[in-house]
Ligand binder design. Structure first.
Ligand code: ADP
Length: 728
């Protein structure tokens, strides 16, 4: 190789090396720059991290000091809590979910009298064991194992009931255990010994007081009884003395002795009754009695007092309520005498109204329940002086009266209402008052009495010829009562307040019911005026002196005279008697038969009879028609689809329980066995006919069932069935 080439080559190599060097230097510089930047970033990070570390360190220090403070606070709170728990007299303990004791205060532990084993960690079962084995608890005759089992069962319950245990020393401890959410239990043991002892003392004191009260009442009852006998002698002898020849002065003295004696007897009787009730010596004597008559008798007795004051004494007895009940008539009478007597006593003008209403007893399902209970409400309403609201409860207390000038013009012991209240309570009833001072009072009693006899429904069924009635009475209250009563039995009632008005209204009236005493034209004069005007409408007179009307020349113009206030039965009987005569009606026959041909046969057999014949095509229809038609006799096919004859009869008999009627029901059946007959008759049917039916047997049953008011069904045939049979 030439030198020049060599030199060129070297130059090239040098140039290449120089270039490489330059490149490496540039790379080195770039790397240096990168390193510099990295170092810068690292530096920044270190600074940051250092700052963070510093913050965390500070925070850590703060938390640490907070924790220390909190711990101190918790310790103080715990110490205070525990101190408090220790200072309370009652026992206090905690248990964990496994029933192991966590802690207990000294009171709780005290009952174990220093037993070392009873300390935190001990289980509830072991505690029960100690209680019984060491004789700490007095479990009487209960076997210890049984007692522990019961206590453990209780403890394990979700919400254990408080339990009172008795300790060996007579102390009573009430255990109240509360289970928390995690299963922990807080157990309280309260010492209730004092409370129990005080309760016992109170009970003893009460028993002693009751015994003393009882002895006092017995003493009073005996005393009053003993005083009554000589008092009867005083009153009786004074009466006898008055029948002898006495001067006017002596007569006055004897009469004063009699009257004072009688007044004293009333007081003694009240005291006797009251103390008898208190001493539980008074017993109710229950028997059947007539409530309506009792009320009327009382009203008649008090009538003279009322009449002296010109008071109207009225009775409004629910038209649909039975009158015969089962109860103590004497005591019911005593209560009503007191209430009605007070009403008359404390009323100067207006009226006293005794109202008896009741929920009619439900129809009994079977004859054993014939004594259904009626809910009665008897009220005595007056228009007297009334009683201020603040005195209304007070007057039911013994010897309590309203102490004001208006009241104390009247005599009395203040025992009547107290006795009435006690008597009504003995009858499981209620007594109440509703009063407004100056306007009047209403005293009420409610009683549940068994019905002894149901109301006769025929009594309320008035003849069809009596529809429109005119009531003449100047007193609004008594006229309204009559209007309401008569309207309730289906009459078309009008009322007016004077004879003159009655004369104007009397047209289109089937009967006039008039009060006797009226200003202007009285009842008798009204009767005369009506007859003079050519009116022959029947007149019934209501008079407070019924007996005195016989001497009146107008008496024959009246259809009936009723003593006022009239009982429902007297009133209805007078209406029946005075009603225009009713035309006789044909007999009503109901036949239940599902077979069309049989119905045809039946009706052809009876086609000549003068009767109303109704057909039912099954048992259900028979029951419905029974209610609508009110038949005099029922012929009942036994096997019918749906409701059969026996079932339909049972329904009819159940309906009759509330009406008291008994319609003859004749079975018609194809079954001829003797056992069928017994079964049918025991289902409530009265007679039995086997198919094919005989005409004369049917007619005989119809004739036997004919009521008085019905036309003779055979009048059209002209011959009774036996004669027909004989001639056949
Ligand atoms: P007595 O009538 O013998 O005083 P009661 O116990 O029957 O005793 O009644 C207590 C009191 O209640 C009566 O004294 C009277 O003040 C008041 N009282 C009772 N009934 C009525 C009444 N209908 N109207 C106004 N006050 C009455």
């Amino acid at each position: 190789m030439s030198l020049a080439n060599k030199l060129a080559e070297e130059r090239r190599a040098r140039l290449a090396a120089e270039r490489l060097l330059e490149q490496k230097q540039a790379e080195l510089q770039a790397a240096n720059r990168k390193l510099g930047k990295h170092a810068e970033r690292l530096n920044d990070q270190i600074v940051e991290t250092r700052a963070e570390v510093e913050t965390v360190r500070n925070e850590n220090l703060r938390v640490k000091s907070d924790l220390t403070a909190a711990k101190q606070k918790v310790e103080i709170a715990e110490r205070r809590l525990w101190h408090s728990i220790q200072t309370i007299r009652d026992g206090f303990a905690f248990f964990d979910a496994d029933s192991r004791m966590i802690a207990a205060n000294d009171s709780w532990l005290a009952v174990f009298d220093g037993l070392e084993a009873v300390k935190p960690g001990i289980s509830y079962i072991e505690i029960l064991q100690f209680l019984t084995e060491e004789g700490i608890v007095n479990i009487g005759n209960t076997p210890p194992a049984q007692w522990r089992e019961r206590m453990l069962d209780r403890w394990q319950g979700n919400a254990p009931e408080p339990e009172v245990i008795r300790l060996w020393n007579g102390a009573y401890i009430k255990l109240i255990d509360e289970r928390g959410q995690g299963g922990d239990v807080v157990s309280l043991a309260l010492d209730i010994t004092e409370t129990i002892l005080r309760e016992k003392e109170l009970q003893d004191a009460r028993r002693r007081a009751e015994a003393a009260n009882h002895a006092k009442s017995s003493f009073l009852a005996n005393m009053s009884h003993e005083i009554r006998t000589p008092m009867n002698g005083v009153v009786g002898m004074a009466e006898l003395l008055m029948d002898t020849d006495l001067t006017e002065e002596q007569n006055l003295y004897a009469n004063t002795i009699r009257k004072s004696g009688e007044a004293l007897l009333v007081i003694i009787n009240d005291v006797l009754d009251y103390s008898k009730i208190e001493a539980e010596k008074l017993h109710l004597h229950e028997e059947p009695f007539d409530l309506e008559r009792t009320v009327h008798e009382l009203v008649m007795l008090l009538q003279p007092n009322a009449r002296d004051k010109e008071l109207e004494l009225l009775v409004d007895y629910d038209m649909f309520l039975p009158t015969r009940f089962h109860g103590d008539p004497g005591r019911i009478r005593q209560v009503l005498t007191n209430l009605i007597g007070n009403a008359v006593k404390f009323t100067e003008k207006g009226h006293v109204l005794v109202r008896v209403v009741g929920m009619p007893a439900a129809a009994p399902e079977s004859p054993e329940h014939a004594d259904a209970i009626a809910h009665l409400r008897i009220t005595v309403e007056d228009t007297g002086i009334g009683i201020a609201p603040d005195k209304q409860a007070h007057i039911f207390g013994e010897f309590n009266q309203v102490e004001d000038a208006k009241n104390r013009r009247f005599e009395g012991t203040g025992l009547g209402l107290a006795i009435s209240r006690k008597l009504i309570a003995m009858m499981q009833g209620d007594i109440w008052i509703d009063s407004e001072e100056g306007r009047g009072s209403t005293f009420g009693i409610s009683l549940n009495l068994p019905v002894h006899e149901r109301l006769d429904p025929d009594m309320l069924r008035l003849p069809d010829s009596l529809r429109r009635v005119l009531i003449v009475d100047p007193q609004d209250v008594s006229r309204t009562i009559l209007e309401k009563q008569l309207a309730s039995v289906g009459l078309d009632v009008r009322g007016c307040s004077s004879g003159a008005q009655a004369l104007e209204l009397c047209g289109a009236t089937d009967l006039i019911l008039s009060e006797h005493h009226m200003p202007g034209m009285d009842g008798m004069e009204l009767a005369e005026a009506l007859r003079e005007a050519g009116q022959d409408v029947p007149i019934v007179l209501l008079s407070p002196f019924a007996g005195g009307t016989y001497v009146d020349p107008a008496r024959p113009l009246l259809a009936a005279v009723l003593q006022k206030p009239a009982t429902r039965s007297d009133l209805l009987a007078a209406l029946h008697k005075a009603a225009p005569p009713e035309p006789a009606r044909p007999m009503r026959v109901l036949a239940a038969e599902d077979n069309r041909t049989n119905r045809l046969v039946f009706s052809s057999m009876l086609k000549d009879l003068n009767i109303e014949l109704h057909f039912a095509e099954d048992g259900r229809q028979a029951v419905d028609l029974y209610g609508e038609v009110r038949p005099d006799i029922v012929f009942m096919d036994i096997s019918m689809p749906g409701m059969d004859g026996k079932e339909a009869t049972a329904h009819i008999r159940a309906l009759e329980k509330s009406t008291g009627r008994h319609v003859p029901i004749i079975a018609m059946t194809a079954h001829a066995l003797g056992s069928d007959k017994t079964e049918i008759l025991s289902a409530g049917l009265d007679h039995y006919m086997t198919k094919p039916l005989r005409k004369d047997a049917i007619i005989e049953h119809i004739l036997t069932a004919r009521p008085e008011r019905a036309l003779d069904p055979c009048a059209a045939i002209c011959a009774p069935p036996e004669q027909q049979a004989a001639s056949a």
